[in-house]
Design a protein around this ligand. Structure first.
Ligand SMILES: [Zn+2]
Length: 205
């Protein structure tokens, strides 16, 4: 495993990175790429600027990547969506008839459509994030028996969303918190070495 740090001068001057023509994970000939895009726009900017990466993978590893996604990102997204939707519906129906408003001392809000919707939305979001993460954790733990280290090494979706990191088999791409550098972690040292040469990174590290 090898980590490379590539400086990003500014969102207008993004590094153009070239990947080797072999699979990042196993070194087989490249069959396709898995797009990664990282938001490099400064927080002050309204427009989003993305740094696009095209990491190469072989046929087998693309299939593997697809399966891994089912146990992380998709599990989180689908369960968060379903749980959030159900919670919203339940809260929306329950809030107008609950004693919560009296308890909070704002019973005048009981008939307010806006107050019910806002509160139901906030509750739904909380349940979606927590429920999605718990579901992902459970599914991941079960699936780790078959996919082992690869899946276990992948951060929970909520953390990768917060830290802006993206994983494909053989590679993790991440921005530093100040967005001034791209951090690439290669599973295979040989591929990392080839990447260093291809992009003329020698001596800059
Ligand atoms: Zn491969």
């Amino acid at each position: 495993m090898q980590t490379l740090t590539i400086p990003i001068k500014s969102p207008k001057e993004l590094p153009k990175l070239v990947f080797p023509q072999t699979c990042l994970n196993c070194g087989q000939p490249k069959a396709g790429t898995r797009g990664i895009s990282l938001d490099v726009s400064p927080s002050s900017s309204k427009r989003s600027i993305f740094l696009e990466l095209e990491p190469p993978l072989c046929t087998a590893c693309i299939a593997l990547e697809n399966r891994l996604e089912w146990f992380s990102l998709l599990t989180f997204t689908i369960s968060a969506f379903v749980l959030g939707g159900l919670t919203f519906l339940m809260l929306f129906l329950f809030l107008p008839v609950s004693d919560l408003w009296d308890w909070l001392g704002i019973e005048t809000f009981r008939r307010s459509w806006l107050a019910s919707t806002t509160l139901a939305g906030a509750g739904a979001l909380l349940v979606a994030v927590v429920g999605g993460t718990v579901t992902e954790l459970v599914v991941k733990t079960l699936a780790s028996t078959w996919y082992g280290r690869l899946l276990a090494a992948r951060p929970l979706t909520i953390f990768s969303l917060l830290s802006e990191s993206q994983d494909v088999v053989g590679l993790r791409a991440q921005l530093t918190p100040d967005k001034k550098a791209l951090v690439l972690t290669f599973e295979q040292d040989a591929i990392a070495a080839e990447f260093v040469v291809l992009n003329g990174l020698v001596g800059k590290d």
